[in-house]
Design a protein around this ligand. Structure first.
Ligand SMILES: [Zn+2]
Length: 306
């Protein structure tokens, strides 16, 4: 299966979102803010073929030779696997220090869980650490790269904020139409980060997965509701299969519903201060994905048709 078009969404002159439907495992979004003199790309894609397509799509918006900076919203491969190619072409790569460390130690392909032909996804040689908000003057417009104050989706998230258009590229702090994945961060921290997101008073959110959305449609409240529901669900129960079933019934339109069970395990471990049984969580993912008709290989891996 080849992926559908990247669906560039022009949000403002020089501000473009690239959305890959339907937004599930490793099917992520990216963005571009282009000024007169330079451009900021927000995130990359998961595989070499997808990154080549993204690069071609972005080049169509830029004069040849435009200096490019790439901000990685976090270290997950679906957002970061193209950074090495762009760095080799002369781009400067930005990430928070925890994300930079994770990316530089990769590439991470989670071979115990997924099968995929990744292509060339080697990390960049160097990443410039973002430890505090940094504003990039692109010529005629500027964009801010802002670290998330605490752990949330991961332990090193950042967002990109284009104030002129009210556009916030949130990375995986927001998922739309796809089950959020909490395996790498802190659910309590994620809830704090959602409150922090609202302080931007953005008019448009570009989530990490799923379509661009008006802030007025309140995706923040939807994600908040999910994690508050999850914390309540695990307060008195460790029946993760039952919690997953209840979550699938409550959010039937969300893709990647197999994440509910492992999210519940994470929520339980963080709420009760007990170790996460990671192997059991992986087994939950594979079992649930297979039971609900997600593509699986004979080896029991989730097959990514990227
Ligand atoms: Zn992620």
């Amino acid at each position: 299966m080849s992926r559908p078009d990247l669906n560039p969404v022009a949000l403002h002159p020089g501000v473009i979102a690239f959305h890959q439907p339907p937004g599930g495992w490793f099917v992520s979004n990216a963005g571009l803010v282009a000024g007169r003199d330079a451009a900021l790309q927000i995130d990359t894609f998961a595989t070499e073929p997808l990154n080549r397509r993204l690069e071609t799509a972005i080049d169509a918006y830029l004069e040849p030779g435009t200096p490019r900076t790439v901000a990685l919203t976090h270290a997950h491969g679906d957002h970061a696997h193209g950074a090495g190619r762009l760095a080799a072409a002369g781009a400067t790569i930005l990430a928070t220090p925890p994300a930079a460390g994770e990316v530089l130690s990769g590439p991470h392909t989670y071979d115990f869980l997924f099968s995929c032909d990744w292509g060339a996804i080697d990390p960049p040689a160097d990443i410039s650490p973002v430890t505090e908000p940094r504003t990039l003057d692109l010529g005629g417009t500027s964009v801010a790269v802002v670290p998330v104050p605490g752990p949330a989706h991961t332990h090193g998230d950042l967002v990109a904020w284009h104030a002129d258009s009210g556009t916030l590229f949130t990375g995986d702090l927001l998922f739309l139409g796809v089950t959020p994945l909490a395996i790498s961060g802190s659910i309590a921290g994620w809830l704090d980060a959602l409150t922090w997101l609202e302080t931007f008073s953005a008019s448009t959110y570009v989530p990490g997965h799923g379509p661009v959305t008006a802030a007025a449609d309140d995706l923040v409240a939807e994600v908040r509701e999910y994690f508050e529901w999850l914390r309540e669900a695990v307060a008195g129960s460790a029946d993760f299969a039952a919690i997953e079933a209840a979550a699938r019934a409550r959010w039937p339109e969300w893709g990647a519903g197999e994440r509910h069970g492992v999210n519940a395990r994470i929520a339980y471990s963080q709420a009760h201060g007990v170790d996460l049984d990671f192997a059991a969580g992986v087994e939950d993912l594979l079992t649930s994905a297979a039971a609900h008709g997600e593509p699986m290989t004979e080896a029991g891996l989730i097959r990514l048709d990227l």
